[in-house]
Write a protein that binds this ligand. Structure first.
Ligand code: ADP
Length: 224
């Protein structure tokens, strides 16, 4: 079976060729096997977000290769990258980034409609996801009417809505108080395990990191 995500000697320099050039990634390599959940641990400013954005095809690298499901994504056109991102990748940020004018369920339905799923099927699947993380009773509320933990649970459902191959998360519980963070993280892990997804989850929290299959550290632009 091909691996879910492979980063091969990825490098990235901001402001290349300028006096303030900053080399953030310098040959970072990582293989995420199907179903594997890996913690990405690094001090702030080390380049975690940069790495996740490159892995999620939101940003490009200057050197190296990013493959998803065995397909090299590095040289794709913008249109193909956008399609690959929509079909293969789920992204969770520290802040939920839900659409404020739409209800919780609509936030989970919309990405499916963009992927040509019929509306009734999209709603049914959205409701199943919301129920699995315990927020189905809030389905018709807008994000502003939900607690921080509930908002983040809905954001997990949105990220999973199109059954991606890879889930990328940037401090997914970093905005929550410790007790809520623990519960919400548990819900995320259950959802990931149930769906058999591969995940790369950045966290500062070593206790949460220890609950994943493996920890990789980002240091001096490389992964170990
Ligand atoms: P982390 O997520 O680990 O905190 P980031 O990937 O956000 O780290 O940033 C790594 C370094 O790159 C930081 O020093 C940051 O200031 C710098 N950086 C991030 N994005 C840009 C950008 N678009 N242009 C220039 N420098 C950037």
């Amino acid at each position: 079976m091909s691996n879910a995500l492979k980063l091969d000697a990825v490098s990235k320099t901001y402001n290349r060729g300028k006096p303030n050039a900053l080399k953030v990634l310098d040959g970072a390599s990582l293989t995420l096997e199907a179903g594997e959940v890996v913690a990405l641990v690094a001090p702030s400013g080390a380049g975690k977000s940069t790495l996740l954005h490159i892995a999620g095809l939101l940003d490009s690298c200057d050197g190296g290769q990013v493959s998803i499901g065995g397909t090299d994504m590095t040289g794709l056109s913008d249109a193909r990258r956008t399609a690959a991102r929509r079909e293969e990748i789920g992204f969770i940020y520290q802040f939920h980034h839900l659409l404020p004018e739409f209800s919780a369920i609509e936030n989970v339905v919309l990405p499916q409609l963009a992927n040509a799923v019929p509306e009734h099927a999209a709603r049914e699947h959205a409701m199943q996801l919301l129920a699995r993380v315990g927020v189905d009773h809030r389905a018709n509320n807008r994000p502003a009417q939900l607690s921080g933990g509930e908002q983040q649970r809905v954001a997990f459902c949105r990220a999973m809505a199109n059954k991606p191959r890879v889930l990328l998360a940037d401090e997914p519980t970093g905005n929550l108080d410790p007790a809520t963070s623990d519960k919400v993280f548990e819900a995320l892990m259950e959802l990931v395990r149930e769906t058999g997804l591969s995940a790369l989850i950045a966290t500062h929290n070593l206790e949460l990191a220890a609950r994943m299959d493996r920890i990789v550290r980002l240091e001096n632009g490389q992964l170990a």
